[in-house]
Design a protein around this ligand. Sequence first.
Ligand code: AHR
Length: 614
Amino acid sequence: YTITVDPDARGAAIDDTMYGVFFEDINRAADGGLYAELVQNRSFEYSTADNGSYTPLTSWTVGGTVEVVNDSGRLNERNRNYLALGAGSSVTNTGYNTGIRVEKGKRYDFSVWARAENGTTLTVGLKDTAGQLATARRVAVKGDWAKYEATFTASRTSSRGRLTVASSSAAALDMVSLFPRDTYKRQPNGLRKDLAEKIAALEPGFVRFPGGCLVNTGSMEDYSESSGWQRKRSYQWKDTVGPVEERATNANFWGYNQSYGLGYYEYFRFAEDIGAMPLPVVPALVTGCGQNRATDDEALLKRHIQDTLDLIEFANGPATSTWGRVRAEMGHPKPFGLTHIGVGNEENLPVEFMERFKRFRAAIEAEHPDITVISNSGPDDSGTTFDTAWRLNREAGVDMVDEHYYNSPQWFLQNNDRYDAYDRKGPQVFLGEYASQGNAWKNGLAEAAFMTGLERNADIVKLASYAPLLANEDYVQWSPDMIWFNNRASWGSANYEVQKLFMTNVGDRVVPSEATTTPDVSGPITGAVGLSTWATSAAYDDVRVTAADGTTLLDDDFSGGASRWTHSGGGSWSVRDGQYVQTDEAAENTLVTAGDPAWRDYDLHVKATKKSGK
Ligand code: AHR
């Protein structure tokens, strides 16, 4: 090939914020991940409503008389359960993955809320099967609910630690917590250092948070008596700020409990700590991600619009304003400097979405004309729905549209020119989620090739983030992911290295170039399997996935209605010890992924029969 470069020609300017990260609490990315808390289910709020296998004592073992109580003696209204411990009884937490990870010589901060007769002593121990990991601590409890603290210094390194609290007399406990002192930038209620450092090393231009499907699915109700203490709520920022013991927990869309210990204040603080622009996404009262329904409750819509205005005040208002004061009391009197906000995520009802989006936008622009309000297009595998969404966005004069796609590496090679034809008059593009299906080198390479196309079109593609960002290898709902971890280590994928290369070398301006020919990308890339992320009965008659030996892994004729698998393609089917795991969840089939990094050794064949005209 001959490539001709004209150094004097001026291509598109590339913004410093062009490449960022998208953090979603998926794959235990928050609790058991970036949020450094080492105790799992610290407030005994796990529930079968979150996940059929949970109880309020999940990840706890008990000795003696121990009961989970939900009565008026609770710590506060939003923290419903507490633990009643009989005299001489104890509880032990097993942490995440193999247990609680401690490192020799490092300090760990224990805290607990307790209520007991004066003179009651709690004995707190940190052990593994080989014995003590730190000298036990004693805490004297003095009457009504109060917070007690103690510090451990680990005498050995272990990833199998257990934290035990034993009581001399009857006692009530809640919010049993253990944090490494050494969090990222030593922030209180902070982040796990190795994971935060890996993200910081990308030098992200922005952080999109907190999702994804978990933002915009579930009930839009609040957590209160009048809403029946709703568990499956959309992600609502007010649930996630203030003292951690007063933050309600929720049933995460991805099938587990989320504590909101990592909440909006911590997201903003993290973005600031790594020099990135914060980019929150709020629910739009139209649920996407397979749920596809629009809420018509006017009062609820108004409340969510007001919540969004309050969020802007929380981020940008003076410390004397109502919500600015909440931020200041949490430790940040200075505003966070919010400039962009996303409304909605992947709605497949574009008409209903646009009606509601416009209401949010009008309210935000009336008070904050400088803030960019980002709309979205739904996932780019919905055919005419995607086209309709783009048409409506154009007609509404939207500033920026968030689009998402997950495709085969071959697709990424073949679509390098995707944005060459986008209308230069706008709307601008926020590529909020994309990934080729796999964590192999070839996937990183295909993404790198595609990113040159994003950059060439930097006049219209303003922001881009790979997705998802994090996955705890023992709790995977979606694969591939950029950074993998367990309780003791973390490692970046090939895709991570590609992102790092681009993100730490953002140019100022594109230098136009021309090649005499382009590579042939028409053939398959060995081992790649392509099937779009979503397969519904509306689009397909039948979908089958077979392994190379002919074993049928999945055969779905949609007789049970619309189906959804958590992911698709070669990298995402669960392959562990030769087992492919499929579970049924509410109204959908979820092909659970186990995040097995060896996925590429399996040659999967997908046959999807599309309905005509789709
Ligand atoms: O990134 C994982 C999921 O993909 C997101 O939650 C959703 O927006 C998309 O479907």
